[in-house]
Design a binder for this molecule. Structure first.
Ligand SMILES: [Zn+2]
Length: 369
């Protein structure tokens, strides 16, 4: 039997206005806290956090927007000077990643993440992407543990833009599609073991819940109101998506999106999860998924506004040369080989073009069934 590994954040808390109970959830970590947040989030939440952490010392640091070594060192310095015992990140994926590295630099001190957008699965994960001065990923860190506390306050999250929330659904959609391939064929997950039954059940549940509640949840997100569906999909986007991808592993669900990023002279107009949704369609086409599954995925993406064609990806009129660049880039991706068949240039090109054609069929009101 191969070694199975499951990892997750130490404690996940989700509730409307839950930030008011912050001290109850993290007060055990110590007396001195460093809170990292953007200018706008400091404006919105500094007062509340100071109030709810009464009796503790909280030092605030205004994040400069990039998870870079420069920024990490400068936050770490503030932490050292003040004898900080725990670090809190309030924001999106980049702040979450920054806090993971800073906590490690400060001697593996406890870390807390308070997400402000439900668009990324970075919050619960043990990995951090550090960006270089040119905006590309300079370092990938994989830590032996995930954040200690992730506190998802739906009152805070509801203020975020609906498009980012939907993008989070696109990222979550890929989790089961990629993960199930890894599990069935014993490919490694992101912790270097193979997946557990628990992890696969979480991924499957996230997929089913998206199809069931995603459309409703989008409507609530657009109106910034809390509904049961919004609450459910928030858990999918933040907890299940993060747990799911790390613990099951990835196949080509992200690779086709990364291929499009290799195009020169094309600006990036889509968010990560939007690109991943189209990439997931490409994977399903490449592996010969049933018309039934393609139909449910395409309908879902179309209905919530996730890309299903290159036009939706803001990549109209691709030339043969551009298809060639994207296809070669996909072939270089690590996880493209997490399939039980050898993936060739022709298969990738075929998947891109067919996935796009099926997307047009659905936009025109057609169906595979
Ligand atoms: Zn992703």
């Amino acid at each position: 039997m191969m070694t199975q590994v499951l990892g997750c954040c130490g404690r996940y808390i989700q509730g409307y206005g839950e930030i008011k109970n912050l001290q109850k959830h993290i007060g055990w970590m110590g007396e001195k806290y460093l809170c990292v947040a953007s200018k706008n989030r400091l404006r919105d939440l500094k007062e509340t956090i100071t109030e709810v952490m009464e009796g503790k010392e909280v030092i605030f640091y205004q994040f400069n927007g990039e998870c870079s070594w420069d920024e990490i060192y400068s936050i770490t310095e503030v932490g050292k000077e003040n004898g900080i015992q725990a670090v809190i990140g309030v924001g999106g994926g980049k702040i979450a990643d920054t806090v993971k590295v800073v906590a490690d630099e400060l001697g593996s001190i406890p870390q807390v993440i308070i997400p402000t957008i439900a668009a990324t699965d970075a919050y619960t994960s043990a990995a951090a992407l550090i960006y270089g001065p040119d905006g590309t990923v300079a370092d990938v860190k994989n830590y032996p543990h995930s954040p200690d506390v992730v506190l998802a306050d739906t009152e805070v999250l509801l203020k975020g833009p609906a498009r980012l929330y939907v993008s989070g659904m696109g990222d979550a959609l890929s989790t089961y599609v990629g993960g199930v391939v890894c599990q069935e064929h014993y490919f490694e997950n992101h912790f270097g073991g193979v997946g557990t039954h628990t992890a696969l059940a979480v991924a499957k549940l996230s997929y089913d819940m998206l199809l069931q509640y995603g459309r409703q949840a989008k409507i609530a997100a657009e109106r910034h109101i809390l509904t049961d569906a919004y609450n459910a999909v928030t858990e999918v986007n933040i907890l299940m998506s993060g747990m799911g991808f790390e613990n099951n592993g990835s196949a080509s669900d992200h690779c086709f999106y990364f291929g499009t990023l290799a195009l020169p002279d094309r600006e990036e107009y889509v968010y990560h999860g939007e690109g991943v949704a189209f990439s997931t369609c490409c994977q399903l086409v490449m592996q010969g998924a049933s018309s039934k599954q393609l139909d449910e995925v395409y309908r879902f993406c179309r209905d919530v506004g996730l890309p299903i064609t290159f036009d939706d990806m803001h990549l109209p009129d691709l030339t043969d040369e551009e298809y060639d660049i994207m296809t070669k880039a996909v072939l270089k991706e690590q996880f493209i080989h997490h399939h039980p068949f050898p993936v060739t240039y022709e298969m990738i090109m075929g998947a891109y073009k067919t996935a796009d054609a099926i997307g047009h069929l659905y936009h025109d009101g057609g169906s595979l069934l």
